[in-house]
Design a protein. Structure first.
Length: 133
């Protein structure tokens, strides 16, 4: 019996009765690229909405807010795809990227040796270095 089958794990339907519960556990599929599913956590979508509505600073226009958020999301996605491609290059697997307000999370499975793990971890920051050039 797994933890999912135990009665204390199941929330007895309270998530369905509370419409705000999706902010804690929900995610929205965005797209699939290179065999990697990209999903956005519900709180990430709320974060984007709040930034677009209330701005990043005084005097910013809606166009500036949209540009800033587009660039930020694009850079974070490229960083996470760097982890995914590095894991695959060393014989591992990458299945999903979850975007959250704190950044992205690449669901990768590198091979069981130190070099594969090092390359997988370094793949994201190396993409950022290339972006800076």
């Amino acid at each position: 019996m797994g933890y999912q089958d135990r009665s204390y794990y199941r929330d007895s339907g309270s998530g369905a009765s509370n419409p705000l519960m999706w902010l804690l556990v929900g995610s929205v599929p965005l797209f699939t690229a290179f065999g990697v599913r990209v999903r956005a956590h519900a709180s990430f979508l709320l974060f984007i909405l709040l930034v677009l509505l209330f701005g990043l600073g005084r005097g910013s226009t809606i166009e500036m807010r949209v540009q800033s958020m587009t660039i930020l999301v694009g850079i974070v996605l490229l960083h996470e795809f760097g982890h995914c491609f590095a894991a695959r290059a060393t014989g591992g697997d990458a299945s999903e990227i979850m975007m959250t307000p704190l950044g992205g999370l690449a669901m990768t499975m590198s091979r069981n040796n130190w070099f594969s793990r090092l390359v997988t971890v370094a793949g994201g920051p190396l993409v950022n270095v290339v972006i800076c050039l």
